[in-house]
Write a protein that binds this ligand. Structure first.
Ligand code: FAD
Length: 294
């Protein structure tokens, strides 16, 4: 383990990408932009911006995606969902991106704001249909979602893998996983995907914990297990943000170290629009600012 770049601090042989969400206020916008500027010198291969439930952030997502690519010079990816829109409306959003020079879409089904997912009449029913539709609009690079701990709507683990295979067959080039804390689970998932004939990239989505309560809430919704040891590590730190951040960095670095030791060379960070934890973990993975990006 001590041989990993996490401990040597050597220039890494890894690729990273960063995910942001569209800010609601000017102040949040400033925080986002500072984070983009902090992470940019690491030379991410792309940065993506999420799409709010039901398309509620359509304009804000668009604005940030274009800004990240045009002003920061980072190849940007726009998340896009099927929720609450007809096929024509979704296609129009995608075409607009293409016209602005955005070539990468993270294609998702999304979730219905009122609970159980129901497709919009006249809309795309799921991610597979969306990918096929996007490929007709233009030759986008497409990333999709994957679930090492199985998506809550999936009848079983095999159907979930079959669905992922269908997403690659429809034109995806990469899957980004839901966040997880159990590396064994990720490796088993990767093996099952390979056994199903999936040859495309499966990139772990790494969530540095900013707020343990928030992560507990999100885990409940998306089916990610929180290990008991982790609960123990955050116990008593609610009022101690600095200590909590050090603990978070250690947990995420250890997760990445294990993934690296298992052959992972691509990482996707859920930054939650904060740069420091993601930056620190990338640093431990051996990444250093690239001169031409600074
Ligand atoms: P799909 O791949 O369509 O599948 C959803 C579930 O249905 C799976 O369990 C699948 O196995 C099952 N299924 C699909 N089709 C069939 C079928 N024909 N028969 C049987 N089962 C089927 N949400 C947002 O709203 N905005 C975002 O920006 C966003 N970004 C995300 C980024 C990442 C990296 C991840 C991992 C998730 C993101 N999400 C986002 C959440 C995502 O929208 C939800 O997890 C949603 O519930 C599923 O989307 P999907 O694209 O995986 O759906």
């Amino acid at each position: 383990a001590l041989d990993s770049p996490l401990f040597k601090g050597l220039p890494g042989d890894i690729d990273v990408s960063f995910e942001f969400f569209p800010p609601k206020t000017d102040k949040m916008g400033e925080t986002l932009w500072q984070s983009v500027e902090t992470l940019k010198p690491l030379g991410p291969r792309f940065a993506s911006v999420t799409y709010g439930a039901g398309g509620s952030t359509r304009e804000r997502t668009h604005e940030q995606v274009v800004r990240i690519q045009q002003e920061a010079g980072i190849p940007a990816a726009a998340h896009l969902t099927c929720v609450g829109a007809t096929r024509e409306e979704v296609n129009a959003v995608a075409r607009h991106y293409w016209d602005e020079g955005i070539r990468h879409i993270v294609a998702l089904r999304g979730d219905s704001p009122e609970g159980r997912y129901t497709p919009h009449p006249g809309g795309y029913a799921n991610a597979v249909e969306l990918i096929a539709g996007l490929k007709e609009v233009a030759d986008f690079e497409i990333s999709v979602a994957a679930y090492p701990e199985v998506h809550p709507d999936s009848p079983d683990a095999q159907s979930d893998i079959d669905n992922l295979k269908a997403k690659f067959d429809a034109g995806a080039t990469r899957a980004i996983t839901q966040f997880f804390f159990n590396t064994k689970c990720f490796f088993e998932f990767r093996d099952r995907a390979a056994a199903a004939g999936i040859g495309g990239e499966i990139v772990p989505g790494v969530m540095p914990v900013l707020s343990f309560a928030a992560v507990q809430r999100m885990s409940g919704l998306c089916g990610t297990a929180i290990p008991a040891w982790m609960e123990g590590l955050f116990d008593g730190l609610d009022e101690r943000p600095e200590a909590r951040q050090l603990v978070s960095a250690t947990i995420a670095a250890e997760l990445c170290r294990r993934l690296y030791a298992g052959g992972v060379r691509q990482f996707h960070f859920y930054t939650l629009n904060r740069a420091e934890l993601s930056y620190a973990i990338c640093h431990m993975l051996g990444m250093r600012p690239k001169e031409n990006a600074a």
